[in-house]
Ligand binder design. Structure first.
Ligand code: GCO
Length: 451
């Protein structure tokens, strides 16, 4: 059977500035939170050079064109535009993204620009980062520069990438800058990210920008470990915590009620100022970007300390299919998740802004990467996209994470995601088997499906 896709479906792949650009001090770029993090003692690697995409973007775009990409998602490093986070613009930084966008357009690749993918200008981090409400306005100022500059050339915009990861990594687990473990701060940061997003969307509309603007979330479908009521309750709580806490303010301008009440009682957070919820409600997105990698299965945690994230615990499924990095491969979860969001909030356009598989790639003696598992992972998820489309879920594009091997935030260069391989000693690029397969698939726009 042939699973065919709409002609205008946008197939592509994605990266993020800090993960690929390198050029840490080039052309007047300011320091970022991640530069600081990786320059702390005992870090084994950093993004100072990474793939050196900043200097090799032409070669990279040529490869993207060779594998038939119709669209490419990238992020702008705020500190290249505003080395101090606000105030004076660094024209050379802007020039880089100018060149990148023009090169993409010249190759018929639709740019999808993410304004913020975690690399916060250090100057703003020193002001308190997202915990400081003023940074919301700095973000709007920065967004305005990019909207003005790329008007008409960039048609697909995302405000913020995975606020949940920013909140959890930076303020709950203390694994990302600024290495905090504080629920009160975490909840406030989430609220400020929502405000920043909403104000940027409002500006986009006021400026009558052409194209579409949305946000990129990473909601996770959650299954209870058993039919026991306590596990079912735990699964509901986990869905609120991982997923709905971020979806509800974007799609409905509210926070999930039970969790909000609990957070305000327990942590006195988030502080919501009069008018804030109206701002969130007023910012209608054109689409929801969804990064999907896995599902979670959770059980009640009898040893809970009462914190919002430990009334449930993650469980490993006995016959589950896990990656080398312990992420469960569960393609149906994509369909389940989007169906659930549509059921909860009504019809909306989606882009799958990231989906892919992290691996220790093996290189054959002839230099090839024969990544059949990654290829199969991508294929299985594309089949689920078809299932969504058949079922009236409107997905308009899909981005493999990642276009090219890059720096994994906390796993370094070992965890590979790319369709294109990078030899980090020589910085040579080569297309992997998954990249060739994806190119053929895009050219055909159908999948032969006999399972
Ligand atoms: C990693 C992660 C990232 C994310 C991406 C989120 O290993 O570092 O998987 O690469 O997927 O940055 O938007």
């Amino acid at each position: 059977m042939k699973l065919e896709f709409p002609k205008d479906f946008l197939w592509g792949s994605a990266t993020a500035s800090y993960q690929v650009e390198g050029a840490v001090n080039q052309d007047g770029k300011g320091m970022t939170s991640w530069d600081k993090y990786y320059h702390m003692p005992n870090r084994k690697y950093n993004g100072d050079v990474s793939t050196d995409h900043y200097n090799r973007y032409k070669e990279d775009i040529k490869l993207l064109s060779e594998i038939n990409q119709k669209t490419y998602r990238f992020s702008v490093s705020w500190a290249r535009i505003f080395p101090n986070g606000s105030g004076e613009i660094n024209e050379k930084g802007l020039q880089f993204y100018d060149n990148l966008v023009d090169e993409l357009l010249a190759n018929n690749i639709e740019p999808n620009l993410t304004l913020y993918h975690w690399d916060m200008p250090l100057a703003l981090m020193y002001k308190g980062g997202w915990l400081n409400r003023e940074v919301v306005d700095n973000f709007v100022e920065y967004s305005k520069v990019l909207f003005t500059h790329f008007r008409g050339r960039v048609k697909l915009w995302s405000t913020i990438n995975e606020p949940a990861s920013e909140v959890m990594g930076g303020y709950i687990q203390g694994a990302h800058p600024p290495l905090r473990k504080n629920y009160t701060e975490a909840l406030q940061v989430a609220h400020h990210l929502n405000l920043a997003h909403a104000k940027a969307v409002k500006l986009f509309n006021e400026m009558n920008m052409e194209g579409e603007i949305g946000i990129v979330l990473n909601p996770i479908p959650i299954h209870p470990a058993s039919n026991k009521e306590e596990d079912i309750i735990a699964a509901k709580r986990a869905y609120d915590f991982y997923s709905d806490w971020y979806i509800a303010p974007i799609l409905a301008g509210k926070y999930p009620e039970i969790m909000l009440e609990e957070c305000q009682k327990k942590y006195n957070s988030p502080k919501i100022e009069p008018g804030d919820m109206e701002i969130l409600k007023g910012a209608k997105v054109d689409y929801l970007g969804v990064n999907y990698y896995m599902r979670r299965v959770v059980a009640n945690n009898p040893d809970s300390t009462g914190n919002i994230d430990d009334c449930f615990k993650n469980v490993r499924v006995k016959d589950g299919n896990y990656t080398e990095w312990g992420w469960e491969i569960y393609p149906e979860g994509l369909y389940e998740l989007l169906s659930r969001i549509q059921k909860d909030y009504g019809k909306i356009d989606f882009y799958i802004t990231e989906n892919g598989m992290g691996f220790y790639d093996k290189v054959e003696s002839n230099g090839q990467v024969v990544d059949d598992d990654r290829l199969d992972y991508i294929r299985q998820h594309i089949i689920q996209i078809h299932r969504c489309l058949e079922d009236g879920i409107n997905i308009k594009g899909y981005y493999v994470w990642s276009a090219i091997d890059l720096l994994s935030w906390t796993n370094g260069f070992e965890k590979r995601y790319g369709l294109i391989r990078v030899d980090f000693d020589t910085l040579e690029r080569s297309i992997k088997k998954s990249g060739r397969w994806y190119a053929d698939f895009i050219a055909n726009n159908y999948i032969e499906y006999n399972e």
